[in-house]
Design a protein around this ligand. Structure first.
Ligand code: ZN
Length: 110
């Protein structure tokens, strides 16, 4: 099964108040806290992929200083065996860290 996007991550609303400084990907409404909270952020509608292994959900964020971040969630089934499930969870964390470091590590930002 190839990954299939369930949602696009694009705003559901076509019209938005551009005078409020929302990027075109910001969902606005209660999702966006950029103009209502001290540490608020613009927030995209989550993009959800259904894959043969589980769900992958990405949400884009931007603070009021223009710093962009992304929240990524991966929802997978673990083994029924508790020890194996714990090992799978730790392995996923370690592999995720390795991949994220390779893609976003400081040596690549320069
Ligand atoms: Zn916004």
């Amino acid at each position: 099964m190839n990954p299939r996007a369930i949602t696009s991550g694009r705003p559901a609303r076509v019209k938005r108040d551009v005078s409020a400084g929302h990027p075109d990907w910001c969902e606005g409404g209660h999702h966006c806290t950029a103009n209502t909270m001290p540490d608020g952020e613009h927030q995209s509608r989550p993009e959800t992929w259904r894959t043969d292994l589980g769900r992958i959900v990405g949400t884009r964020l931007r603070n009021r200083h223009g710093h962009d971040r992304m929240e990524l969630r991966v929802v997978l089934d673990l083994a029924d065996d508790e020890d194996l499930a714990q090992a799978q969870a730790r392995h996923l964390m370690a592999v995720t860290y390795t991949v994220v470091r390779r893609v976003f590590g400081a040596e690549l930002r320069e």
